[in-house]
Design a protein around this ligand. Structure first.
Ligand SMILES: NC(=O)C1=CN([C@@H]2O[C@H](COP(=O)(O)OP(=O)(O)OC[C@H]3O[C@@H](n4cnc5c(N)ncnc54)[C@H](OP(=O)(O)O)[C@@H]3O)[C@@H](O)[C@H]2O)C=CC1
Ligand SMILES: O=C(O)C(=O)Cc1ccc(O)cc1
Length: 440
């Protein structure tokens, strides 16, 4: 975008952020550093502490509550818990400045739009955002979804001028398209790693202390699972529970997991192999011979949390990876089509899955282990139960139970979360660099 347009807009426009948590703060800092006038607030009862925290050292202004932000800002971004979006918009929406634009950063757009349409005056435009990464990830090159739901052309120009400082890859979608794709790239991805965490907790094992889980693929599973458990439960609960497509997809993931596991314990090797090969063909069949793998086991080998030198890759049934390919195939999803809304975690999940399915010997080894080796039976049983439990919690939309399950595993992993986050950051940086080099 031309600098003169940005400069002109910066002289007249004010950006408002309601919710100065992790993502709101990221936006407030980025926009104010780029020269925009930014005002923001968090919950009113935290006003004094927010002033203390931010007034002296930040370039944005902290106000008492969302009314003060709404009446002054030309673009107001709600960056609050998904569960509460309706209530919060009902509180501050009527105070929106005449002719302003309103948007939100919540991870599922159907409830956000519903709230805005129900509450906002008609003279207010609606342009939604969703940065597809966590608050600690560099915004450069990451997907940023923009949903121009109800907007005059001059207002879309303004929002595009504003977000250009994030240097993200802008993706224009409808709210419906966004929710359908992110159900896969986010909700199911999280369901898989949440289930791994619960399974480890249930068998009372820290995977970095057990030689069974060594090697690159295992490092990716461990680091990502712990990365999720180091975050806030409401982010994951909100994006899964409020997204209707997520319920269907997470349920299929659980169904695929239990059906594959059943074939394993029944010893039905031929049936298992046929089902896996059929799913493989659907998901990866279109890749050309020159397709370069997103990841390989070696590149992930060094990101280990283990204190003892890595003993090299160990055989595993990789039920969690077999099940994602089976569920993509059952739902008719080609995950490569979802790269436009990919998060770092999804790219890693797809990367390790692709590696497994594109390495014929490794895939055969999984099938053999699944059928002939009982070493992973208990783990796979717990994984199957955990996947079903998450699917039920999401299907019934139970935030309280989600929180309880999440925090119980979070507590189990607590001693390792800081270290896992640090190593996870390094792993993600390396992988993103590689993905970038390949222009993906
Ligand atoms: N974290 C992530 O990786 C990403 C999150 N998102 C989405 O962005 C949104 C924000 O997430 P995130 O920043 O991580 O979460 P946080 O919990 O860090 O931030 C939300 C903030 O909003 C505050 N808040 C609650 N009610 C009000 C209110 N009435 N007025 C003003 N502020 C209020 C919260 O206060 P309190 O905690 O006291 O309730 C909290 O500080 C969520 O919808 C999430 O799904 C999107 C992309 C990435
Ligand atoms: O990459 C992930 O899946 C994360 O865990 C971070 C995240 C969480 C919520 C979002 O809406 C977008 C990104």
């Amino acid at each position: 975008m031309a600098d003169d347009i940005i400069n002109r807009l910066q002289k007249t426009k004010t950006i408002g952020i309601i919710g100065l948590g992790d993502m709101g703060l990221l936006y407030a800092r980025k926009f104010s550093a780029a020269g925009w006038r930014v005002i923001g607030c968090d919950r009113e009862d935290k006003y004094e502490s927010m002033l203390e925290k931010f007034a002296a050292n930040e370039q944005f202004e902290v106000l008492r509550n969302g009314h003060y932000v709404s009446r002054r800002a030309d673009y107001i971004i709600y960056s609050v818990e998904a569960e509460n979006i309706r209530k919060i918009v009902e509180t501050y929406g009527p105070s929106t400045k005449v002719g302003a634009i309103v948007g939100g950063q919540t991870s599922c757009k159907a409830p956000e739009i519903e709230a805005f349409e129900a509450v906002l005056p008609e003279d207010v435009d609606i342009i939604l955002l969703h940065s597809l990464h966590g608050p600690k990830v560099d915004t450069t090159g990451q997907p940023l979804v923009i949903i121009e739901h109800r907007a005059l052309e001059e207002n879309t120009t303004f929002v595009n001028a504003l977000v250009s400082c994030l240097m993200s890859k802008r993706v224009y979608l409808s709210a419906k398209e966004h929710d359908k794709i992110t159900a896969d790239t986010q909700a199911v991805t999280h369901a898989a790693f949440l289930s791994m965490g619960v399974a480890w907790k249930e068998i009372h094992q820290y995977p970095w202390e057990t030689p069974k889980w060594t090697g690159g693929i295992e490092n990716a599973k461990i680091n990502i699972s712990l990365r999720i458990y180091a975050n806030k439960w409401h982010v994951y609960a909100g994006l899964a529970i409020t997204n209707p497509s997520a319920k269907i997809q997470v349920l299929q993931y659980s169904k695929s997991t239990s059906e594959l596991f059943t074939l394993m314990i029944q010893g039905k090797k031929q049936e298992l192999k046929e089902r896996i090969m059929k799913a493989k063909d659907f998901v990866f069949g279109h890749l050309s011979d020159s397709h370069q793998l997103l990841l390989d086991d070696d590149i992930l080998e060094r990101f280990s949390l283990s204190k003892t030198p890595p003993g090299g890759r160990q055989p595993n049934s990789h039920l969690s990876l077999l099940a994602i390919v089976d569920s993509w195939s059952k739902l008719g999803i080609v995950p490569y089509d979802h790269m436009i809304c990919s998060t770092p975690l999804f790219r890693i999940f797809l990367g390790v899955t692709e590696y497994l399915f594109q390495s014929p010997d490794l895939l055969q080894e999984c099938i053999d282990v699944g059928i002939d080796d009982t070493a992973f039976r208990h783990d796979d049983l717990e994984f199957t139960i955990a996947a079903r439990n998450w699917a039920a919690i999401i299907e019934f939309g139970n935030f309280e139970l989600y929180k309880k399950e999440f925090e119980s595993a979070q507590e189990f992993f607590e001693p390792m979360l800081t270290e896992a986050n640090a190593i996870g950051n390094e792993m993600i940086k390396t992988i993103l660099q590689r993905v970038k080099e390949r222009g993906l």
